[in-house]
Design a binder for this molecule. Structure first.
Ligand SMILES: NC(=O)c1ccc[n+]([C@@H]2O[C@H](COP(=O)([O-])OP(=O)(O)OC[C@H]3O[C@@H](n4cnc5c(N)ncnc54)[C@H](O)[C@@H]3O)[C@@H](O)[C@H]2O)c1
Length: 252
């Protein structure tokens, strides 16, 4: 049974990349708390399926938009639409990312820029827009980093750089906007078992090796990350800001 946070009821929540994986678990978790959720994702079919599932579970279905949010104009447009639809913003979850592997010696400038755009730039510009709204009433931002920022595995320098930068961005925005009642924290997960990870990289051999290095010999599920995000977004965490919280089964 998931904890209940009365302070999250009716909160206006925005989630980037919310249609699948961890983002979908976060969207569903906020909806189950009685929050009002809007999300954006390039996967329209998955967005609709998630909204239908949440509605069928008896919760307010999230409003959703599709498209590529590395396109700054599109990000601005869908966020403005959400601000209008929800009449503001209380909570922003910067979740969107792309952990596509890339060889450091072969990455082109365009590929590098694309990876930084989805893994870092969107988080900053979504925060910029959200903070403008949150300065009226206070708010919470949670940035999804990764323990890859700490472990720096091979074949993903842009992802590692961007996820490290998100930790700095978290501290910077927390310091700058604390006076406005805005809290900013990061969540730093280990290997979370999503469909994409299972389809792409999380082979039985890779999982066995991962487990050997962990204190807790169990899978980290998207809902485990969502539970931490809920707590950080709730009033129970009212004096926590500028921090990063590792959730990795004791891997680091
Ligand atoms: N899964 C893990 O093991 C893991 C571990 C550590 C950190 N994280 C972080 O947690 C967050 C969620 O992880 P996940 O594994 O669920 O991610 P994911 O890659 O499976 O899902 C990301 C979502 O973003 C959407 N998306 C991607 N690019 C987009 C774009 N340009 N415009 C609009 N939508 C776009 C995708 O359609 C997808 O629904 C990410 O920030 C990730 O870096 C994940």
């Amino acid at each position: 049974m998931t904890a209940s946070y009365p302070s999250l009821k009716d909160k206006k929540v925005y989630v980037t990349g919310g249609a699948t994986g961890i983002g979908a678990a976060i969207v569903a978790a906020f909806a189950a708390q009685g929050a009002r959720v809007s999300m954006v994702d390039r996967d329209a079919a998955a967005s609709k399926a998630l909204a239908d599932r949440i509605h069928a579970a008896g919760h307010l279905a999230p409003g959703w938009r599709t498209g590529d949010i590395t396109d700054q104009k599109h990000l601005d447009k869908v966020m403005d639409q959400a601000i209008n639809a929800m009449d503001g913003f209380d909570i922003l979850i910067n979740n969107v990312a792309n952990d596509q592997r890339h060889d450091p010696l072969e990455v082109t400038r365009d590929q590098w820029r694309d990876l930084m755009a989805v893994n870092l730039d969107v988080a900053f510009f979504a925060a910029q827009k959200a903070i403008g709204e949150m300065q009226k009433t206070g708010g919470v931002i949670v940035n999804l980093s990764s323990i890859n920022a700490l472990l720096a595995p091979p074949q993903m320098p842009a992802y590692v750089a961007a996820k490290s930068a998100l930790l700095g961005l978290t501290k910077s925005l927390a310091r700058e906007y604390g006076e406005d009642g805005i809290r900013v924290n990061a969540v730093t997960p280990g290997w979370v078992v999503t469909k994409r990870q299972l389809d792409s990289w999380l082979t039985p051999e890779a999982e066995e090796a991962w487990m050997q290095d962990c204190a807790l010999k169990d899978r980290i599920l998207p809902s485990d990350v969502a539970n931490l995000v809920l707590f950080l977004a709730s009033d129970e965490a009212r004096m926590i800001t500028g921090q990063s919280f590792v959730i990795d089964g004791g891997r680091t």
